[in-house]
Design a protein around this ligand. Structure first.
Ligand SMILES: NC(=O)c1ccc[n+]([C@@H]2O[C@H](COP(=O)([O-])OP(=O)(O)OC[C@H]3O[C@@H](n4cnc5c(N)ncnc54)[C@H](OP(=O)(O)O)[C@@H]3O)[C@@H](O)[C@H]2O)c1
Length: 183
């Protein structure tokens, strides 16, 4: 079991534009199935998800607009200080508890991985608590100049795998810990 921040990013390190648009992402070319770092393979190994309120609202509202069902069968912990409206049929846990406490609950769900969906600050909170094992990025060939940051912290990483999926440069990084002067 590993805790993984698996996400797409721009080359200049943004996971959404300043208006939370992902239009820059969805127009990129990638293999439909079976390519390197395949999403279907990844999600099949996930037992529990964590996401922040903005990400939750983006998924909820974009699905509602397109008439699509909640995409995750796994229990999902949504970090928020607000009383957000749930999606019918989704296994949701709204929380503002410390990441350590929530991570213990997620890890107890099953033997699979914990997926930190985003945003970047929440993923950084998991890393600062020593709870994030890997960052897996699909880097789109686009820059935005501003937006929602990928990972706003100072951490030392080790590249443990790489690849290409059509337009995307792929990287799998092990989180070694907080960046220090001797590392
Ligand atoms: N490129 C990709 O593959 C990808 C992946 C994931 C997300 N995204 C997008 O990236 C954007 C991310 O938005 P974001 O950077 O604003 O991050 P976010 O983590 O989705 O949302 C931030 C909000 O979550 C709540 N929150 C976060 N950490 C918390 C904690 N420890 N305890 C309690 N509440 C916490 C707070 O909401 P409250 O106001 O309720 O306190 C905070 O304002 C979204 O547009 C999303 O759709 C893109």
């Amino acid at each position: 079991m590993a805790t993984i921040f698996y996400t797409a990013t721009t080359l200049d390190g943004f996971i959404a534009d300043p208006d939370d648009s992902l239009d820059w992402l969805f127009r990129q070319q990638q293999d439909d199935t079976g390519g390197p770092f395949d999403y279907d393979v990844f999600i099949a190994g996930v037992s529990a998800l964590a996401m922040g309120a903005t990400t939750y609202l983006w998924v909820r509202d974009n699905l509602a607009a397109s008439g699509t069902a909640w995409p995750y069968r796994q229990p999902t912990w949504v970090f928020t200080h607000r009383d957000l409206e749930p999606v019918a049929g989704a296994d949701l846990h709204f929380t503002s508890d410390p990441v350590e406490q929530v991570h213990a609950q997620m890890a107890a769900v099953g033997d699979g991985d914990v997926w930190v969906v985003g945003g970047g600050r929440l993923a950084t909170d998991f890393a600062a608590a020593g709870l994030l094992d890997e960052i897996v990025v699909s880097i789109a060939p686009v820059t935005l100049g501003s937006g929602r940051p990928l990972f706003p912290g100072r951490f030392d990483l080790e590249l443990i795998d790489h690849g290409r999926n059509k337009a995307f440069l792929l990287g799998r990084y092990k989180v070694l810990g907080v960046l220090t002067e001797d590392r």
